[in-house]
Design a protein around this ligand. Sequence first.
Ligand code: ATP
Ligand code: MG
Ligand code: FE
Length: 356
Amino acid sequence: SLVLGIETSCDETAAAVVSRREDGTGDILADVVLSQMDEHSAYGGVVPEIAARAHVDALDTLIAEALERSGVRLRDIDAVAATAGPGLIGGLLVGLMTGKAIARTTGKPLYAINHLEGHALTARLTDKLTFPYLMLLVSGGHTQLVLVRGIGDYERWGTTIDDALGEAFDKTAKLLGLPYPGGPAVESAARGGDERRFDFPRPLVGEARLDFSFSGLKTAVRQAAEGVAPVSDQDISDICASFQRAIGRTLEDRIGRGLQRFKSEFPETHGVPALVVAGGVAANQELRRVLTDLCGKHGFRFVAPPHRLCTDNAVMIAWAGLERMALDLPADDFAFAPRSRWPLDDAAPALLAYGK
Ligand code: ATP
Ligand code: MG
Ligand code: FE
């Protein structure tokens, strides 16, 4: 089957055409993403009203471009999948309404997709990955450890109680006068830095629950910067390296506990269990190194989809639609309203009734 995917939940406008192979993985026929980064960078973050208008401006052209690149005509598409939440309501309205209009006029089914579900399932497009598996989503808006039991069947094991991890990188960068988005800037500044110079806090480390907390880290960074003012380039490098080390240690503890819990809940799982990472922060090499080592230690396979599929895109939305189609799960009603808040745990409660 062929699915047209549409993503507009945050600051990327995206359209994609994806198909599913016999072996259960996917083929990306077109993947178009327009980042609004430049429009928001002056404000140091995403401005909802600007984002919504930018989606309106760009979406039609992007969909046409995705179709053209894929060589697929609209009437050959089997279904439309659009992000219906969670995210900024203005953008969600633009994408979901556009998806509905295309589905309605072509007579094709519509899938209203949870953005987080898109992130959770992407790894199955590129890797032959069986359920259950653990997924760590680390982006600008989310930090979650999720048990993926099956399509539409997710259990959130941990989440941040304050800032998302990407947000911590962005705020730290801002404090240090580094450019937005902060993740790549902090990572490159950290190279050549002394990671032992500052002993930053590692919140919740040692606690049994699997949640995260990163706002204290940002405060510690501010204090460190004030303590050494005027801040030199070397100071910045040392702070960034120490910041990444604190995060690495925190994840080692938090995720390590998650892997142990997984093993105790699924002792009989066949084959090697997997930890999948998603979200923009997954680009970070230090984080990848820590997670790779951790997985090795606990006997897990570490799966990181290509960077382009880790950040926001429409491929993952189309893919979530394809996964539902492959199981003959029902499409969504045209009355489906976008949801700015939509926890993954109830991604598709209606689907569970069908017994997967
Ligand atoms: P969401 O997907 O939760 O709605 P988002 O659009 O902000 O939010 P992404 O586009 O997946 O999420 O990721 C962007 C985030 O990833 C930013 O916070 C950015 O700083 C961070 N990031 C990108 N590259 C790196 C890196 N190399 N190291 C650390 N963080 C990074
Ligand atoms: Mg983004
Ligand atoms: Fe995302």
